[in-house]
Write a protein that binds this ligand. Structure first.
Ligand SMILES: Nc1nc2c(ncn2[C@@H]2O[C@H](COP(=O)(O)OP(=O)(O)OP(=O)(O)O)[C@@H](O)[C@H]2O)c(=O)[nH]1
Length: 597
């Protein structure tokens, strides 16, 4: 065990691309964790593990030795979807490096994490990275750190992680400025479960920060929230190579394994104690992680249902924050209703199913959870799927989740941002300018953000805006369910909950989009948007008259064949709907609001 006064536990806070990974690699390299060759190997290995466990969303940790001190570097996920994991990783540290790009300056996402870090009473060491860039302006960035965050930046460490400048200064600053942990190593064991992941060889690996007492190999431990007991069979740390140890004392960070089969048994934030000599109180701040965004995932080919079930089960082994249950849709057949922490999380899972498990999927419109009060005191419903919306006459009130969003954007893009937020029923809270950039705070309904808000934000600001949000609770709204009817049949996978004031515009837009997306048939196909029995928008796809090959003028036979092949290929990816075929892309494309939203 390392003496308490010789331990430093820290994390690195940075906006995406400001150089967090590069700096971490340099710190490992400089402290002799790896040779140059192993370093390259390491980077590759890491990427493999990353893919394996979707690390972008998980925290890692590395133990470094510098000038007689043991430094534990804890990586944190950068995205708001994983805010709770960030918060638990931060709770395991006493300090943080705040890495800011010398050319880009402070960004909104950096802010959210810095504020969390400040709330944890961390000592924060500002690091201005990429000073090798011609556009680097360290004075301006220092001023931003002081003005926007309110941290003293006069002794910020200047680095170029890429060229290896300032790395020793960073290590010295960690030792000199970040305080050592405290804790009584003879007290009953209290360790925080910071993270866990599934390893094919080791089973579930649990990352812990010991707060009090000592955690040993062979010890019988108890998870205080889950109430389960396990026998510790390995204790160790990553240097970054896995190194086994006999024990971890208060103040130390490391891992344990205890023959656990599923990460679902290991809730982040749980307190681990000694089963025989338990602590009387768990560590504060434990939170059950809840899904925020739901959508249906259906196989394009109904025969893939079992494969989808298997793949989802496998992903879940490694990611307990994602939930699923079976769902049937008249339009799409058998599939799963899945819950996610946020949009990024949804995209990661969807992408992994498509790429790693080679599944062709239809994703229905993401939806938030609505709270519905039924009439005549008939109770309360949490609506996860618009298709399950009760009849309008049974609904007393509907409430929807709201968020507080902070958008940070160069001045010239402010106008379009304000319009976007206004169009999405946003309520402006605050607007300030710092160093040529605007910081806007809006309250927005989450349902207006879940589909394409990020995309729109990125495209109207050419990627210069940064965006961050937190949930602020439920508010009642005038919300209605809008059905889409194709050839007079409702397509359940396209139904959505919308605000009444926007129903008509959105309905019209959907119909127009679908008109372009659904191919012509031998008969006229009406497309309608309706609220209850009332049609609010309508388009018609004219009947098909000509043979598709007609325009080949009978000349080139290979060309004709190609066209027919292509048509066949297209067929495979269609869903038969009554007697109408709807292509897979239509389900997602129809929901994108585009410029006219
Ligand atoms: N010029 C210059 N480029 C750097 C420096 N540090 C990092 N970069 C580059 O910046 C890009 C982002 O660096 P990463 O270390 O991947 O950034 P990150 O913050 O870890 O990004 P994510 O992993 O996406 O969160 C890479 O192309 C790096 O090569 C630096 O000191 N100078």
């Amino acid at each position: 065990m390392t003496e308490l006064s010789k331990i430093r536990n820290f994390s690195i806070i940075a906006h995406i691309d400001h150089g967090k990974s590069t700096l971490a690699d340099r710190l490992i390299q400089r402290t002799g964790g790896l040779t140059e060759r192993e370093m390259q190997q390491q980077v590759l290995d890491n990427m493999d593990i990353e893919r394996e466990r979707g690390i972008t969303i998980k925290a890692q940790t590395v133990r470094l030795e510098w000038k007689g001190c043991t430094l534990n570097l804890m990586d944190t996920p950068g995205h708001v979807d994983f805010a709770y994991e960030v918060s638990r990783s931060l709770a395991a540290c006493e300090g943080a490096l705040l890495v800011v790009d010398a050319a880009q300056g402070v960004e909104a996402q950096t802010l959210a994490n810095v504020y969390q870090s400040i709330e944890h009473d961390h000592e924060i060491v500002p690091v201005i990275n990429k000073i090798d860039l011609p556009a680097a302006d360290t004075d301006k960035v220092k001023a931003e750190i002081e003005d926007i965050i309110g941290l003293d930046a006069s002794n910020a460490v200047l680095t170029s992680a890429k060229s290896g400048i300032g790395i020793e200064e960073v290590l010295d600053a960690i030792v000199d400025r970040i305080p050592p942990p405290t804790g009584d190593r003879d007290a009953p064991l209290k360790a925080m479960l910071v993270d866990s992941w599934y390893d094919p060889y080791l089973g579930v690996v649990i990352l812990v920060r010991v707060m009090e007492g000592t955690l040993k190999k062979g010890q019988q431990i108890k998870f205080m929230q889950a109430g389960t007991t396990h026998l510790v069979d390995r204790v160790g740390c990553f240097r970054p190579k896995l190194t086994q140890l006999e024990e971890l004392g208060a103040g130390e960070i490391g891992f344990i394994t205890a023959q656990i089969k599923e990460v679902a048994q290991t809730a982040v934030g749980d307190t681990i104690t000694d089963a025989r000599k338990p602590a009387d109180k768990a560590l504060p701040g434990f939170k059950e992680v809840q899904s925020v965004v739901f959508c249906g995932l259906f196989p394009v080919d109904a025969n893939d249902f079992e494969k989808l079930r298997d793949s989802i089960g496998k992903l879940r082994l490694n990611d307990a924050s994602f939930t699923f249950e079976m769902e049937t849709s008249a339009a799409l057949g058998f599939g799963f209703r899945c819950g996610f922490l946020g949009l990024l999380h949804l995209e990661i899972i969807q992408e992994r199913l498509t790429r790693e498990y080679d599944l062709d999927l239809i994703t229905t419109a993401p939806s938030v959870v609505y709270h519905i009060e039924l009439t005549h005191g008939a109770g309360h419903v949490e609506l996860h799927n618009p298709a399950d919306m009760p009849e309008p006459n049974k609904v007393e009130t509907i409430a929807e989740p709201w968020i507080k969003a902070v958008i940070y954007v160069p001045d010239e893009y402010l106008g379009p941002i304000l319009k976007l937020c206004q169009d999405r029923r946003g309520i402006q809270q605050n607007l300030t300018y710092v160093a040529g950039r605007a910081q806007v705070t809006y309250e927005l309904p989450l349902n207006e953000v879940v589909f394409d808000f990020y995309d729109r934000l990125k495209s109207i600001t050419r990627g210069y805006a940064s965006f961050d949000y937190e949930q602020i609770g439920y508010r009642e709204g005038d919300l209605v369910k809008m059905n889409i009817l194709v050839n007079n049949e409702p397509v359940d996978a396209l139904s959505m909950i919308v605000h009444r004031s926007q129903a008509e515009a959105r309905g019209r837009h959907m119909c127009e989009r679908l008109k372009d997306l659904i191919p012509r048939h031998m008969f006229k196909v009406p497309i309608q948007a309706a609220i209850g029995g009332k049609v609010i928008a309508r388009e018609t796809i004219a009947a098909l008259r000509k043979d598709v090959t007609a325009k080949c003028y009978g000349g080139d036979i290979t060309r004709k064949r190609k066209l027919l092949e292509k048509q066949k290929e297209g067929k495979k990816r269609m869903r038969e709907y009554g007697n109408v075929s709807i292509p897979q892309e239509a389900f997602i494309a129809a929901l994108r609001m585009g410029d006219d939203s």
